[in-house]
Design a protein around this ligand. Structure first.
Ligand code: ATP
Ligand code: MG
Length: 568
C-alpha cells in the first residue's frame, strides 16, 4: 500500500485542534491501519521546561486518546553538548508529568549504523556527495533568499569516489570540518534548506553512548526523519520553526524509500510565557552564572523547578490542555499557569496555620498553665482529609499585619477595643499594646470570651475578622521562601537593546522566619498545603527536614498580577 501525499497542516475544525482533525481523517481512511504512534524527541542538552511539557502532553496525550503509543526518543546527535545528567532528568520529568514510555526509550545514536548505511545508499544513487568546501565557502555558495546558490566544484564526483571518501571520513582519515557529506538536491531551490544540505560532518568528540566509535555524526535533518521511520512513527509533531525543514524531511524519506507507511511532520506553535524565558540557551546562562540556585530553582520555568515550587503534574497537564494546540505563535500569560495551580490546590491541598511575620498576642484572662486542644479539619470542604490537633495557650502569635492601632475604615481585623475571631478557637477583644523604646509593637494584649469556644458565639454575636494564629509555646520556627516572578518585564527576551538578564527581578526571592503550627513540623519534604489566608506552600524537597522546616511559597491565594480577571 502506498501512503498518499499529505498536504496536512490544516487549521482546526470546530471543536478539535488541527492535529486531532488530521489524525481523525487518517483513522477514517485507515491509513497506518488505525495506528497512532508519536514520539517526544528531546535533545539531552538541558533540563525540560514548561514548553516541553506542552509537547509531552500533546505527544503522550495523543497516544492515550487514540489507543496508540508514544516513544521517548533522545535526539543525541550532537556529542559535545550532551550529558547523562540531562537524560536522567528528562526521564524523571516525563514520568512525573504522568506519562510512560514503557519499553520505548530510544536514542537516535542507536541507529548510527543504519543511518550510515542509508547515507551510503544515497551515495550509490547519486543523491549525495562528499564536499571539500569549508563551512564558510559552503555558506557563500548557498546564495540567499533572493539569489540562487551555485554548485560546489565537488558536486559531480562519481558515486565510487564519493563512497571511497565517505568511508575514509568514517575511518578517521580527514581533519574535523575538512569534508562533509551533502545531499544532492537543488542549489536553486527557493527553500534554502534544500540547497544540498549537509548530512554528515566530521567531529572527533566522545559520545555519551557510542563512546569513540564514530568520528562522523549525522545531522538533525537526516537523523530525525529516519529515526521516526525506523521506529514506525506515524505523526511526527514539532514546533513551527521546523516548517521549512518539512520539505527536507519528505525528501530524505522518499529518496531513501524503504518505508511504505512513512511518517509525516506536523508543526504547531511553541509555548511562550510572560515574565520568563523558555530557551535552553538562556536557562543555562541563568544556572551557570548563578542567577538562580540550580536547574530546579523554584523560580525557573523548568519542570524540576516547578515541581520543587509545588506545582502539581495535574495542574501542568490542565494548563497544557487549556492553552491548546494552534498554528500561530502567541504568548500565554503566566497568570493562567498560576490559575491552574491554584484551582488544583484549592481543592486538594490541606489547610493549616502558619504566621509569616509574627507578633505576640497575650490573652490576659487565660490561665498560664492551661493548654486547650482544638481538633481542626484539614480541609473545610473535604472531610476525607481528616483532622489535626492544634494547641491553644495564653500566648499566641498572629500576623503583624492583622493589627492596626489606628485602623482605616475598611480594616476589619484587630484594633484596640475591637473583637475578632481566632480561627476555630475563640473571640478575642484587644485591650492594648506593649511597645519597645522605638515605638514598635512587641505584644498585643487581649481578653477572650470563654462562651465562644470553636469560634462562634452562643449569643449569635458576629465579628467581621477571622485571624490565623499559632500557640507561641508550641510553634515550630521555619524558614519560608517567598517567591515572586523572576523577571520584571513581560518579555525579557524581546528587548533588543539590553541583555535579558538585566530584567531579572532583584526581589524574586525573600526569606522570612515564620512560626508554624506543630503539625507542619512533622511533614515530609515535598508536602503541599495552604497556609490559611496566606497562600499555597510546599516543604522544600531538598532543604526541609524534621526539626528544621523549610517551606516554599507555591502561589499566593489570589492573582496578585491581576491579569487573568481582565482577560476572562
Ligand atoms: P530550545 O529551543 O529551548 O533549546 P529545543 O526545542 O531545541 O529547545 P528540544 O530538546 O529539541 O529543545 O525539544 C524537544 C521537543 O520539545 C521538540 O519537539 C520541541 O519542538 C519541543 N519544544 C521545545 N520548546 C517548546 C516550546 N516552547 N513549546 C512547545 N514545544 C516545545
Ligand atoms: Mg531542538
Amino acid at each position: 500500500m502506498s501512503t498518499p501525499k499529505d498536504t496536512g497542516n490544516n487549521e482546526a475544525r470546530v471543536g478539535k485542534d488541527f492535529i486531532r482533525t488530521i489524525i481523525d481523517s487518517h483513522m477514517a481512511d485507515n491509513r497506518y491501519e488505525g495506528r497512532v504512534h508519536t514520539r517526544f524527541p528531546p535533545e539531552p542538552n538541558g533540563y525540560l521546561h514548561i514548553g516541553h511539557a506542552k509537547s509531552i502532553c500533546l505527544n503522550f496525550g495523543l497516544a492515550q486518546e487514540y489507543d496508540g503509543q508514544c516513544n521517548l526518543r533522545f535526539d543525541d546527535t550532537n556529542p559535545s553538548k550532551e550529558e547523562q545528567e540531562y537524560v536522567d532528568s528528562i526521564q524523571e520529568d516525563v514520568r512525573w508529568l504522568g506519562y510512560d514510555w514503557e519499553d520505548r526509550r530510544c536514542f537516535a545514536s542507536n541507529y548510527f549504523d543504519q543511518l550510515y548505511a542509508f547515507a551510503e545508499k544515497l551515495i550509490h544513487m547519486g543523491k549525495a556527495y562528499v564536499d571539500d568546501l569549508s563551512a564558510e565557502e559552503i555558506r557563500e555558495y548557498r546564495g540567499t533568499l533572493t539569489q540562487p546558490g551555485k554548485p560546489s566544484p565537488w558536486r559531480d564526483r562519481s558515486p565510487e569516489e564519493n563512497l571511497d571518501l565517505f568511508r575514509r571520513m568514517r575511518d578517521g582519515e580527514f581533519e574535523d570540518g575538512s569534508k562533509v557529506l551533502r545531499a544532492k538536491i537543488d542549489m536553486a531551490s527557493p527553500n534554502v534548506l534544500m540547497r544540498d544540505p549537509a548530512l554528515y560532518r566530521i567531529k572527533r568528540a566522545h559520545h555519551h553512548r557510542t563512546g569513540d566509535k564514530w568520528c562522523i555524526y549525522p545531522m538533525y535533518d537526516f537523523t530525525h526523519c529516519l529515526s521516526d521511520a525506523l521506529e514506525g512513527i506515524t505523526h511526527s509533531i514539532c514546533t513551527l520553526e521546523f516548517e521549512n525543514n518539512r520539505e527536507l524531511y519528505d525528501w530524505v524519506l522518499d529518496t531513501v524509500g524503504e518505508f511504505p507507511q512513512r511518517p509525516y511532520q506536523y508543526e504547531f506553535a511553541r509555548l511562550n510565557l510572560t515574565y520568563t524565558v523558555l530557551s535552553k540557551r538562556k536557562l543555562i546562562q541563568l544556572v551557570e552564572e548563578g542567577h538562580v540556585s540550580g536547574w530546579d530553582d523554584p523560580r525557573l520555568p523548568t519542570i524540576s523547578g516547578m515541581r520543587r515550587r509545588g506545582y502539581t503534574p495535574r495542574s501542568l497537564r490542565d494548563f497544557c490542555e487549556r492553552i491548546g494546540v494552534a498554528k500561530s505563535n502567541s504568548t500565554v500569560d503566566f497568570a493562567l499557569l498560576e490559575h491552574c495551580v491554584r484551582e488544583d490546590l484549592n481543592a486538594h491541598a490541606p489547610r493549616l496555620m502558619g504566621v509569616l511575620d509574627p507578633v505576640k498576642l497575650v490573652i490576659e484572662n487565660y490561665s498560664e498553665d492551661e493548654t486547650d486542644t482544638f481538633e481542626m479539619p484539614l480541609h473545610p470542604e473535604d472531610e476525607s482529609m481528616g483532622t489535626r490537633s492544634v494547641p491553644f495557650t495564653r500566648e499566641l502569635y498572629i500576623e503583624r499585619a492583622d493589627f492596626m492601632e489606628e485602623p482605616p475604615k475598611k480594616f476589619f481585623r484587630l484594633a484596640p477595643g475591637r473583637e475578632v475571631r481566632l480561627r476555630y478557637a475563640y473571640y478575642v477583644t484587644c485591650t492594648g499594646v506593649e511597645k519597645d523604646e522605638n515605638g514598635n509593637i512587641t505584644e498585643i494584649r487581649c481578653t477572650y470570651d470563654p462562651k465562644t469556644r470553636g469560634g462562634w458565639s452562643e449569643d449569635g454575636r458576629k465579628v467581621k475578622g477571622t485571624l490565623h494564629w499559632v500557640s507561641a509555646a508550641h510553634a515550630v520556627p521555619a524558614k519560608v521562601r517567598l517567591y515572586d516572578k523572576l523577571f520584571n518585564v513581560e518579555n525579557p527576551a524581546g528587548d533588543k537593546e539590553r541583555d535579558f538578564k538585566e530584567h531579572l527581578n532583584p526581589d524574586s526571592l525573600k526569606e522570612v522566619q515564620a512560626r508554624l503550627e506543630p503539625y507542619l513540623g512533622t511533614v515530609e519534604p515535598g508536602w503541599l498545603c495552604q497556609f490559611e489566608r496566606l497562600g499555597y506552600f510546599c516543604s522544600d524537597s531538598k532543604d526541609h527536614a524534621a526539626g528544621a522546616p523549610v517551606f516554599n511559597r507555591t502561589a499566593t491565594l489570589r492573582d496578585t498580577w491581576a491579569k487573568i480577571a481582565k482577560k476572562k
